[in-house]
Design a protein around this ligand. Structure first.
Ligand code: ADE
Length: 410
């Protein structure tokens, strides 16, 4: 473990200084102590912004345990700062798969009342253990991938406690997925390669909220952006935004850079490697490292070797080479610093408030996937406007009645 405590503290202080919404929640938690006597286990990307969330929940009275949601995304300096604050943190950048898994096991063994999850890994784990879910009042989940898994468990009737779907809160996916993934994916690619984006043919696989963010940022940097999709509505949306849309087989043949953000598997595989141009860059910003098939890449290549930090070159028999960035794991965290701080302020304020909701009401909630309560989503939205100095109108009584009569929800 090579983390530096002073550097870690500086990083956490910087994050907290730019996370005013979460800091406001933390101050209220310090007074009200909604987690008094509770154990909270968290599996998240362990870095400075996550430290601010863990410390806010700890300030609310919880004993907090934290493990990494990805073996490459940890900031060891932040780990040092967390440990110094008494947060039980098991994470190390580049840890082995065995260490990564045993850290998540430890989160289950802490016997949590509340779970804060990313990718539903911990929720799945506690369900696979006979007593794992006994004390759990509920969980909060922040990724599209995790919510998909939770909904499948709800459909099968296996979900044993309520799970709050933070991902689908308006203040999450509209901002974190679009602007957070958009900016941080480009940061990660630039950091890994030091190459120019302008003028490149950049293929974005998937036009969900993350894909929209990545595509628009790439265009903003001067790339010629192509979108691939399986959903006809999203494909049309991308076309009407002005992007070229085509199947991956055609896109792969012209790409200088491919970024996957589908949340699905095997998006870039042998048939695509076969037609790629020499020097194509491959990056993933979806939650799991399954979007670019590393197994097929290794099977097809005659040799591979690291050529700079976060970049592995794969050589094919015909003399072409392609570069895989960040081992095909989330490039924004593997080679970058994750989402911008102000974006994580929104997402983690939602997480903290949703975790509080589970702590207070989880035992009375049905074992299914629940939306973030509207007052939480709206409260974070109002708080987020303040730093921009934006004031908005209040509807008049007449407008309220009119909206209600048409069920407009205002
Ligand atoms: N930093 C902490 N958690 C993150 C996430 N889920 N995505 C990007 N950056 C993060």
């Amino acid at each position: 473990m090579v983390g530096d405590l002073e550097r870690g503290r500086q990083k956490v202080d910087w994050a907290r200084a730019h996370m005013p919404i979460l800091e406001g929640v933390r101050r209220r938690f310090e007074n009200e102590r909604p987690f008094d006597g509770l154990v909270v286990s968290m599996v998240l990307h362990v870095e400075a912004k996550t430290a601010a969330l863990a410390m806010a929940i700890q300030a609310g009275g919880a004993k907090v345990h934290l493990a990494a949601g990805n073996p490459l995304s940890t900031d060891d300096d932040a780990v040092s700062a967390l440990r110094a604050e008494g947060v039980h943190t098991l994470a190390e950048k580049g840890e082995s798969l065995a260490a990564y898994r045993s850290a998540i096991d430890a989160m289950r063994d802490a016997n949590p009342h509340v779970i804060v999850d990313d990718g539903a890994d911990l929720v799945a784990l506690v369900h696979n253990h006979p007593n794992g879910a006994n004390r759990v009042r509920g969980s909060t989940e922040e990724t599209t991938t995790g919510v998909t898994r939770l909904r499948a468990m709800e459909r099968d009737g296996t979900l044993r406690f309520p799970a709050i779907d933070v991902n689908d809160a308006q203040m999450k996916h509209l901002f974190d997925n679009r602007y957070g993934t958009g900016q941080s994916t480009l940061d990660g690619i630039a950091n890994a390669t030091n190459l120019l984006i302008a003028g490149k043919v950049a293929v974005v696989a998937g036009y969900g909220w993350c894909g929209k963010g990545v595509a628009s940022r790439l265009r903003g940097m001067g790339a010629d952006v192509v979108v691939t999709e399986v959903d006809p509505v999203r494909a049309l949306e991308a076309r009407l935004e002005g992007f070229r849309v085509m199947p991956m087989l055609d896109a792969a043949a012209i790409a200088d850079l491919i970024v996957t953000v589908t949340g699905n598997t095997g998006i870039v595989r042998s048939e695509h490697f076969r037609v790629m141009k020499d020097g194509c860059l491959l990056a993933n910003s979806g939650h799991f490292d399954v979007e670019v098939s590393r197994t097929e890449l290794e099977g097809m290549a005659v040799a591979h070797r690291p050529v700079r930090p976060h970049v592995v070159q794969y050589d094919f028999a015909d003399g072409r080479k392609v570069y895989l960035l960040g081992e095909g794991r989330l490039i924004n965290l593997a080679a970058g610093q994750g989402h911008p701080v102000e974006i994580m302020d929104l997402s983690f304020a939602l997480q903290a408030l949703s975790a509080e909701h589970i702590a207070k009401h989880g035992t009375k909630m049905a074992p299914k996937v629940h939306a973030v309560p509207e007052e939480i989503d709206q409260g974070v939205a109002r708080a987020a406007l303040a730093p921009f100095g934006v004031a908005i109108d209040e509807p008049t009584e007449e407008q309220r009645r009119y909206a209600k009569s048409w069920n407009l929800g205002t």
